[in-house]
Write a protein that binds this ligand. Structure first.
Ligand SMILES: Nc1ncnc2c1ncn2[C@@H]1O[C@H](COP(=O)(O)OP(=O)(O)OP(=O)(O)O)[C@@H](O)[C@H]1O
Ligand SMILES: [Mg+2]
Ligand SMILES: [Zn+2]
Length: 200
């Protein structure tokens, strides 16, 4: 891939057949008096062309959905163009978590990419890849238990139980018609008078 981005014959708005050669992997600024055409070159010519090429790679249907881009671009040719993103001339929130990734929303696409093609691992067992259980895999595991083996089917109790006292939790469980419950890793019974250390 070319080491330069080259624009030939840019005539967008007031640009007079501008030809520029911009080095890649460098921070490059365009300067000039107001109205000289900086935005016309950066946003309406280079960025717009990058978006246009990106759109061309999508299906006709997707193209209809993605909002149409500025169509005033007048340029003979642009060489060495990589995918373009634009962060507009606006005051961005001073939130320290605002990064180029979040402002441009690239971060959202990355997240989608990694959740789709990535393999998640258990933080406590880094060798174990997590996989999604299905109804049949859960059934199969349950049925493979030895005769007489105890099986607990657990579900979260309620949000307010997180801050409740042990006796309150035990009462709630009992009211719902159950006798056993777990707090953390500890198995408890509604008849217990006190809970595991972590609950008062
Ligand atoms: N959408 C548009 N349609 C037609 N003419 C436009 C459009 N946008 C800008 N122009 C004209 O193009 C010329 C260059 O404007 P441009 O916004 O590119 O200048 P600039 O150098 O970015 O200025 P500033 O420093 O104020 O941002 C101006 O004469 C402007 O009126
Ligand atoms: Mg401008
Ligand atoms: Zn684990």
């Amino acid at each position: 891939m070319s080491e330069f981005l080259e624009v030939f014959g840019a005539k967008t708005h007031n640009l007079k057949n501008v030809r520029v050669k911009i080095p890649k992997h460098k921070l490059v600024t365009i300067t000039g008096v107001s109205g000289s055409g900086k935005s016309s070159l950066a946003f309406d010519t280079v960025y717009a062309e990058g978006q246009r090429r990106y759109l061309e790679s999508l299906s006709t249907y997707a193209r209809m959905i993605v909002s149409s881009i500025n169509d005033d671009t007048k340029v003979d040719e642009i060489r060495g163009l990589s995918p373009t993103i634009s962060i507009n001339q606006k005051t961005v929130s001073s939130n320290p978590r605002s990064t180029v990734g979040t402002i441009t929303e690239i971060y959202d696409f990355y997240r989608l990419l990694f959740t789709t093609v990535g393999v998640p691992y258990c933080p406590e067992h880094p060798d174990v890849a997590l996989k999604k259980d299905t109804v049949s895999s859960v059934t199969a595991t349950a049925l493979s238990a030895a005769p007489g083996e105890k099986l607990y089917l657990l579900s979260p109790l309620s949000k307010k139980a997180e801050s409740a006292k042990f006796s309150e939790i035990a009462n709630e469980v009992l009211e719902k018609g159950f006798v056993r419950f777990m707090i953390g890793d500890a198995l408890c019974s509604v008849g217990d008078v006190e809970g595991p250390d972590l609950v008062p």
